[in-house]
Design a protein around this ligand. Structure first.
Ligand SMILES: [Zn+2]
Length: 363
């Protein structure tokens, strides 16, 4: 009798299972889902205390958002070692647009659809570029009209005969404008900036993955200044808007993944809904800071209502299922939710520990 013929040792199996759950507990996905659930609290508080009947219903729904989540877990050996591969099998999402947990779930599902679609293309050929288009920051009550105008301007720009791309995947992101602190190098982390009439200021921008024309990287290369000039005229702006354009290196999985992840993350950062009035360095209260979380949430809820966060065009629209991406945004459901692989594990939210407990289920 060889080792393979023997019945599996139940103790060993248990150890393997524990390892899998432990692997999950240490995984970035577990961390992200826990953080997303924790980010729900300030949002629920703001909605519950607004006095608006719609907001109150959002708070009720969000309170019941996914206290239990069924996932499939399996281990996968990668160059970085053994990792837990997770797919969400079943959960009771609340479907509130600003729910951090639902946003997390939708973004993961959209990512899965996009990675699968781009996996069918040849990523060793140099063809993609990553473009960021911005415009001047606007008071929160002008965000909707600004985003609508930016979308219109983007289509105008993309359709120009001189524009060197044949396909695009575009997402919108809105961040709250914050003051720059002396130690800030990349991002501004200070208190919220307000307009003269006291409104919070929004920074709307587009992240766009571009499929460039065939000879672009050899012969058709355009400078950042060219993109700035083109975006300025499409936007009909009387200033030079900030634009970034960079090559997504062919054959470099990391570079491509980074660009794709950047185009399908949160539209609005959940952390901006919390009243973080403390200086992250000194832990002292900012002298000129006012609570902004509720105000930002109510404004964002109204201004983004019904706006699509993702848009596709040209060649990319041919191999990416735009309908499915929109379906995920509207209903939280992808086409093929059930995975056949791995152990079925139930995550139950523990309010005291403020994290999910993972338990393996018998099938
Ligand atoms: Zn939710």
């Amino acid at each position: 009798m060889t080792a393979l013929d023997r019945p599996p040792d139940s103790k060993k199996l248990l150890a393997l299972t524990l390892t899998l759950i432990e692997l999950f507990n240490q995984s970035p996905k577990c961390k992200r889902i826990t953080v997303a659930k924790r980010h729900c609290d300030p949002v629920i508080d703001h909605y519950a205390s607004s006095g608006h009947p719609h907001h109150f219903r959002f708070a009720e729904r969000m309170l019941n958002c996914s206290p239990e989540i069924l996932i499939r877990l399996c281990s996968e050996i990668t160059s970085e070692g053994v990792i837990a591969k997770t797919s969400i099998e079943n959960a009771r999402w609340c479907h509130c647009r600003q729910c951090p947990l639902c946003q997390f779930a939708k973004a993961s599902k959209q990512r899965a659809v996009l990675f699968k679609a781009f996996g069918t293309t040849d990523l060793t050929v140099q063809k993609y570029a990553f473009l960021t288009l911005t415009q001047n920051n606007v008071p929160l009550d002008q965000l909707r009209v600004t985003l609508t105008n930016m979308t219109y301007s983007w289509h105008k720009l993309y359709r120009r005969r001189t524009f060197p791309a044949v396909g695009f995947l575009r997402s919108m992101e809105v961040t709250m404008q914050r003051q720059r602190m002396p130690w800030d190098t990349k991002k501004n982390t200070g208190p919220a900036v307000r307009s003269e009439d006291g409104q919070l200021m929004a920074h709307p921008h587009f992240h766009i993955l571009l499929d460039m024309e065939e000879d672009y990287f050899e012969r058709g290369f355009k400078t950042t200044e060219w993109f700035v000039g083109q975006w300025r005229s499409a936007l009909k702006a009387d200033y030079n808007p900030i634009v970034h354009i960079k090559k997504v290196k062919a054959g470099n999985d990391e570079d491509f993944s980074k660009a794709l992840l950047e185009t399908c993350k949160y539209t609005v950062k959940p952390a901006d809904f919390a009243n973080d009035l403390l200086d992250s360095k000194t832990s002292k209260i900012y002298s000129d800071a006012k609570p902004h979380g509720a105000e930002w949430l109510y404004g964002i809820t109204e201004q983004l209502d019904g706006l699509r966060s993702l848009g596709l065009g040209g060649t990319i629209k041919k191999f990416c299922n735009e309908e499915e991406l929109h379906q995920i945004e509207d209903t939280g459901r992808a086409n093929n939710e059930q995975s056949q692989f791995g152990k079925l594990v139930k995550l139950t939210w523990d309010d005291t520990r403020r994290s999910y407990n993972a338990v393996e289920l018998d099938e």
